[in-house]
Design a protein around this ligand. Structure first.
Ligand code: ADP
Ligand code: ADP
Length: 228
């Protein structure tokens, strides 16, 4: 469960990127975050893993109260909230296996556990045969799938994806979307920022629409353009 109560974020330059948002997201929901460029989508999502700290308001993410979280608890929060980016952010000098293993090593998992889990997530995203490839030997869609595998390696309860299909062609974008829906069906909350109106209209889920940092509509099974 995620609860925002009167959450705002003002950056040091004075820009209010998120403005007084109150909303609740239940465990297991699939939520799109839409809105024009600069409307606060990225900031909204970065609040959830405390990459960005709210200026005012209170924010609960699972068992963590982010207004009171201690620095030493941040690694635990970040294991609960997996993240995926538009530009994949894979480490170029590591293979697919090593990129995913890296996320598990920091948790102190044993070599045997790591190998087992990497194989599991590679199977889930259908790329077991690319385990020893480097990122530049993979297509964009494959790189994004590896990035998703890395993000879910620690079994987060929440997966945040900021424009995950932004650099991909339409067919590949749809494949990524289906993988995110598969992950969602296992009970993981998925929160996806996107400009992709086609996907939002085809694969209906809750739609949060931001404009200038404000939440201007919140619709279950909404359309990309529909406004209350
Ligand atoms: P979106 O993801 O919808 O494009 P962002 O959250 O990236 O929106 O940005 C919202 C507003 O906050 C924009 O005006 C942007 O320039 C500003 N902004 C984003 N990040 C920062 C930052 N680190 N410092 C200052 N301003 C920022
Ligand atoms: P997106 O549109 O995907 O949110 P941006 O280009 O807005 O990406 O932001 C890229 C990075 O630059 C982010 O880390 C964001 O926080 C930062 N950023 C965006 N706008 C500003 C700004 N006006 N001042 C400082 N940093 C910014």
């Amino acid at each position: 469960m995620i609860q925002l109560t009167n959450i705002s974020k003002q950056y040091d330059n004075g820009i209010v990127a998120v403005n007084d948002i109150t909303l609740r997201i239940e465990q297991g929901e699939f939520v799109y975050v839409v809105g024009p460029s600069g409307s606060g989508k990225s900031t909204f999502m970065k609040l959830l893993n405390r990459e960005v700290k709210a200026t005012t308001g209170s924010l609960t993410v699972g068992k963590f109260k982010l207004d009171r979280i201690k620095k030493r608890e941040l690694p635990m929060l970040r294991r609960e909230v997996g993240v995926v980016f538009q530009d994949f952010k894979l480490l170029p000098n590591l293979t697919a296996f090593e990129n995913i293993a890296y996320a598990l090593e920091v948790t102190g998992a044993s070599g045997k556990e790591i190998k087992k889990r990497v194989n599991e997530v590679l199977q889930l995203i259908g790329l077991s045969h690319k385990i020893h490839q480097y990122p530049d030997e993979l297509s964009g869609g494959e790189q994004q799938r590896i990035a998703i595998a890395r993000a879910i390696a620690n079994k987060p309860r929440i997966l945040v994806a900021d424009e995950p299909t932004g650099n991909l062609d339409p067919d590949t974008a749809m494949e990524i979307m289906k993988i995110l829906e598969d992950i969602n069906r296992t009970g993981t909350t998925v929160i996806m920022g996107t400009h992709n109106d086609y996907l939002v209209n085809q694969r209906k889920h809750r739609v949060l629409r931001l404009e200038r940092g404000r939440l201007i509509s919140d619709l279950y099974k909404g359309d990309y353009r529909e406004i209350n």
